[in-house]
Design a protein around this ligand. Structure first.
Ligand code: ZN
Length: 148
């Protein structure tokens, strides 16, 4: 996985001009949702990996989004579902670009255990770029606020 800051930075770039603040924040949440659900379990209980590997899959995240969005007020439900789904789609779009030494993500689980990746960069390759992403956000936000 690219790190959460890289995921969030990509979400920031895509939603920066979105006028609806709630859409933007839910998009951010959708962007990090697969990792914030799966990583703590992978880290705290690595022996359960074979049983928890399905958490970081499109089907599991889609089901989670449908359940999660039901907790929103009726007038926000469709927006929450859409923003979370689009954010998660961005997340998986970045994840599929990387290469793993071992098995990759199970994109088609539970229909298939096959995995595939584009192999453009390693899982830790984006960490070195985090200061750049943060600096770019600061510069972009400063310019936007100075114009006002
Ligand atoms: Zn991920």
């Amino acid at each position: 996985m690219p790190d959460l800051i890289t995921h969030t930075f990509a979400a920031y770039l895509l939603t920066r001009t979105a006028s609806q603040r709630s859409f933007r924040y839910l998009f951010y949440l959708g962007t990090i949702l697969p990792d914030i659900l799966s990583r703590p379990i992978y880290i705290l209980a690595p022996r359960w990996y074979a049983y928890t590997i399905a958490i970081h899959t499109p089907v599991f995240i889609a089901l989670t989004i449908f359940l999660l969005s039901e907790w929103f007020a009726a007038d926000l439900r469709a927006l929450a579902r859409k923003a979370l789904f689009l954010g998660a789609t961005l997340h998986f779009s970045l994840d599929i670009m990387q290469r793993h030494l071992g098995g990759g993500y199970l994109w088609l689980y539970p229909f298939s255990w096959r995995t595939f990746e584009l192999g453009w960069f390693g899982p830790e390759a984006t960490v070195g770029w985090v200061p750049v992403w943060i600096g770019l956000v600061v510069v972009i936000e400063a310019r936007l606020h100075l114009k006002k």
